[in-house]
Design a protein around this ligand. Structure first.
Ligand SMILES: [Mg+2]
Length: 335
């Protein structure tokens, strides 16, 4: 297995993307008259695109696994594998808002190595190759390209916008934009369209391609929860969210980091308060208590990492921990 794609393979990915692109543009034009209450047209387009990409990539790079939003969501057991979002921004697509993307990333040793991000309605295709830079429609992008923009916009998502409620006494230091496409929210930072992007629960296929574009353009990324570079083969990432802040400079990162941390803080402090493994273990001082405490900690961390339904999952978990602590104090079994 080779660690870098050949020019022929890169060319073949472009041809494959052209084919997916043609079908999606065709379907998008028909949505007004064809979409049904159950959204089956969109589902068909997502599924068709996913299947075509998975099949196409398997023939371009035989033996390399594929993880995709509509297919297998398990980290492949190969050194090189692909992470695919066949249609990022389905809500926009379904609503007739012409802003969505095809995201295809090839990972080597757990990090993106070659990525493609197609913004169909703008007729733009981003490509980034690790250590070799990033291009938009074959034009090389640099940090200078980004610096030409004088934006003060900051991209939030429909979940990260709740950060405004976490710091109600402070003015958010940027003009808020909700574009509705996670991959493009992040890449907007690399383009200089925004100065930062805060995503609350993106899945790996949402940011896989954008991650390398940001890296190649020197834009700092801070993972606020789980670090996607630490996935292991066979891991199920279907429900795993990766809260992230990306910024156009280290100064911008520092400026928005308190807001990123505020997004997760309530859950972190709840866990610290209620989920003290040492506290429970110290009270019970038994092997049984240690095992129970470890299970609680694992459950709490899982809730924190997933953050898929944070408003419900974390409090439920903390209630469980609280019951356990009370049981430990009275030396009763945990109910
Ligand atoms: Mg999608």
């Amino acid at each position: 297995m080779i660690s870098v794609l050949s020019d022929d393979q890169l060319g073949a990915v472009h041809v494959l993307l052209d084919r997916i692109r043609a079908r999606q543009l065709q379907d998008f034009g028909q949505i007004g008259s064809d979409v049904k209450p159950d959204g089956s047209l969109i589902t068909d387009c997502d599924r068709w695109s996913d299947a075509a990409l998975v099949e196409g990539l398997a023939s371009i790079a035989p033996g390399e696994g594929v993880l995709s939003e509509e297919g297998s969501k398990t980290v492949p057991n190969t050194r090189a594998y692909w992470v695919v979002d066949p249609l990022d921004g389905t809500t926009n697509f379904a609503a007739g808002i012409p802003y969505w993307a095809i995201s295809v990333a090839r990972f080597v040793d757990g990090r993106p190595s070659e990525v493609f991000l197609d913004v169909l309605a703008l007729n733009q295709r981003f490509v980034a190759l690790r250590g070799r830079g990033a291009t938009r429609n074959d034009q090389l992008l640099t940090s200078k390209t980004r610096a030409l923009a004088t934006s003060s916009c900051v991209s939030l998502c429909s979940r990260s916008i709740r950060v405004l409620q976490r710091k109600p006494d402070q003015r958010f230091p940027g003009k808020i934009r909700l574009l509705g496409v996670a991959s493009l929210n992040l890449v907007s930072v690399a383009m200089g369209q925004t100065i930062a992007s805060l995503e609350a629960t993106p899945k790996i296929w949402d940011f896989a391609a954008a991650w390398l574009v940001l890296d190649e353009l020197g834009c700092p990324i801070r993972w606020l929860g789980a670090d996607p570079a630490h996935l292991s083969a066979g891991q199920d990432v279907a429900d795993l969210g990766f809260p992230v802040l990306a910024a156009g400079s280290w100064a911008h990162l520092a400026r928005f980091l308190p807001w990123g941390e505020a997004l997760l803080r309530p859950y972190r402090s709840l866990l610290r308060e209620e989920g003290s493994v040492g506290y429970i273990f110290g009270l019970r001082g038994s092997r049984e208590a240690a095992v129970q405490a470890e299970a609680l900690e694992a459950k709490a961390l899982m809730c924190l990492r997933r953050l898929t339904r944070p408003e419900g999952a974390i409090p439920r978990c903390c209630k469980f921990i609280k019951r356990s602590r009370e049981a430990a104090m009275t030396n009763q079994p945990i109910s």
